[in-house]
Design a protein around this ligand. Structure first.
Ligand SMILES: Nc1ncnc2c1ncn2[C@@H]1O[C@H](COP(=O)(O)OP(=O)(O)O)[C@@H](O)[C@H]1O
Ligand SMILES: [Mg+2]
Length: 198
């Protein structure tokens, strides 16, 4: 964090994590990468928009969506993580946890266990806890939760950003991370508030 302060906004050099699998070797700063990623994500969202009734609660769909969001930039897009991260299950457990989560969410939908937005928030949190991919998990899991809202429940997506950029350090992101941490400890209250419930 401290070293980010030494560079003008967007000029921070990429760290090893951010460089991993990059298809554009000439990209060296955070700002350049942000632009490329944003364009890729927009193309991925367009792909998603065109799917009228996709079966989103399916591991193949989860991977396809990640590939469409990040595949123009990253070689590993759509493939599960192979190394340990400080968040997430062990790499060899990703498949089983993800399938378990997708089964649970399908059950919630079929049995109206939660109202749609509450189910989508829980889905989002459990997805980021699994952390299936090397990077892009937050963005992908927010888009998955919104796909659950829009494609399955035919409801409005969640206003995650609240007029801010959740990828940048700001008050909104601080609240988001704090709410995820509370949910890690079993308290979903702050994440529900963050998502505009109540
Ligand atoms: N304590 C936590 N519990 C669960 N998820 C977390 C926690 N802290 C961060 N996250 C999630 O991990 C994401 C960061 O993972 P990353 O793969 O780099 O995604 P992205 O590149 O989209 O930001 C955050 O956006 C957030 O969704
Ligand atoms: Mg990231």
């Amino acid at each position: 964090m401290a070293e980010e302060m030494e560079y003008p906004e967007g000029a921070t050099p990429l760290d090893a994590d951010e460089m991993e699998g990059l298809k554009f070797p000439h990209v060296t700063t955070r700002g350049e990468l942000d632009h490329l990623e944003q364009a890729n994500i927009e193309a991925g969202l367009l792909w998603l928009k065109r799917r009228k009734n996709p079966d989103i609660l399916n591991a193949q769909f989860v991977q396809n969506l990640h590939r469409h969001l990040f595949g123009e930039i990253r070689r590993w897009a759509g493939s599960y993580r192979l190394t340990e991260k400080n968040i997430g299950v062990a790499p060899e457990q990703i498949n089983i946890h993800l399938r378990g989560l997708l089964d649970d969410v399908r059950y919630w939908v079929e049995n109206s266990t939660y109202n749609p937005i509450e189910g989508a928030v829980r889905f989002h949190h459990r997805m980021v806890c699994i952390h299936p991919f090397p990077n892009g998990n937050g963005r992908h899991a927010r888009i998955m939760a919104d796909a659950l809202m829009e494609k399955v429940h035919k409801a409005q997506p969640i206003d995650w950003a609240g007029g801010e950029d959740l990828q940048q350090m700001n008050e909104r992101r601080t609240q988001y991370i704090a709410a995820l941490r509370a949910a890690d400890g079993g308290d979903y209250g702050p994440l529900f508030v963050f998502a505009g419930i109540g």
